[in-house]
Ligand binder design. Structure first.
Ligand code: ZN
Length: 299
């Protein structure tokens, strides 16, 4: 039995299994409605985030029960009604409604339900106080995307979307490296900050090696461009941030005709984040690739 389940079982018998079932069903429904291959990405990410939150809580000397519960639910609203962000309601709001119902059915006290829902809502609404459980889960969610775990998830996700190795790098490595770069500055707990430095360094080292090997064998050549994105962003504590540093990873030359590639970008407000949209366009032929990702939020 894993640590999180061992922790929850005596207090809320059967709840851990019911949450897992809800996550499995939500992802299955989404996959069916969108003609996608079956996957358990949501379930596994939630289990890993809960496991990391549990450890972080212990290291931060916080009771791990609440962080573990919030972590299990933090993405439970992602595929509400089998859709992904179609109704303009933040996913954490759907997660909070679901958690409140399930916890009430499990005999949780009103104060416990409010604590879980408050932390879930504070994950997206920065006007709400980010209590310990909120800070720990946010850090755990980010730590899951770093280091060897993050690299594993990067390729698992790419495979689910039918992408090959080089294609996955063109499409998603800019996001991955930008998050690794920002991670130490976006953590909310002291333990999270320390771990993010170590784990982000592993991410960068792995992809450095991979890009090096691809180039050494003449398979693909990428270049990394630091990009300072200017805009009117807000940090978690509400302070204004005008610049966010990202790393764009793009083919060094057009894969089709070897002519130079032009990089253009713009920002757009998404449902839950400020999106960076970048385009790699060949200056000679019609090769074009569009990438987009949520800009990292700094603490
Ligand atoms: Zn070209």
């Amino acid at each position: 039995m894993n640590e999180v389940r061992k922790l929850l079982e005596p207090r809320f018998p059967g709840l851990h299994a019911r949450i897992e079932q809800v996550l499995i069903e939500a992802e299955a429904r989404y996959n069916r409605q969108n003609q996608q291959a079956p996957s358990e990405f949501l379930l596994e990410h939630s289990q890993r985030t809960a496991a990391i939150a549990h450890k972080l809580a212990v290291m931060e000397r916080v009771d791990p029960l609440l962080p573990a519960l919030v972590a299990l639910y933090h993405d439970a609203g992602k595929f509400h009604q089998g859709e992904y962000h179609t109704d303009q309601v933040p996913e954490e709001e759907h997660a909070a409604i679901l958690a409140a119902r399930m916890l009430a059915e499990s005999g949780a006290r009103e104060a416990e339900i409010e604590a879980v829902c408050g932390a879930l809502r504070a994950l997206y609404d920065d006007r709400l106080p980010c209590v310990d459980a909120c800070r720990i889960v946010q850090d755990a969610d980010r730590l899951d995307k770093l280091g060897a775990l993050g690299v594993g998830a990067f390729f698992t996700k790419a495979t689910l979307r039918g992408r090959g190795l080089v294609d996955a790098l063109v499409q998603s490595l800019s996001r991955e490296l930008s998050y690794a770069l920002a991670a130490p500055h976006s953590m909310l707990t002291e333990t999270g900050k320390k771990l993010a430095v170590e784990q982000a360094a592993k991410t960068v080292a792995f992809f450095d090696e991979l890009l090096h090997d691809l180039e050494r064998w003449g398979i693909a050549a990428f270049e990394r461009r630091p990009l300072l994105v200017e805009g009117d962003f807000r940090s978690r504590d509400g302070a204004s941030v005008h610049k966010v540093q990202v790393t764009i990873v793009m083919p060094r030359a057009c894969p089709d005709c070897e002519a130079p590639i032009a990089l253009t970008h713009r920002c757009e407000r998404g449902v839950k984040c400020e999106m960076l949209k970048a385009r790699f366009a060949c200056q000679s032929c019609d090769y074009v690739r569009d990438i987009s990702f949520c800009l990292p939020v700094l603490a």
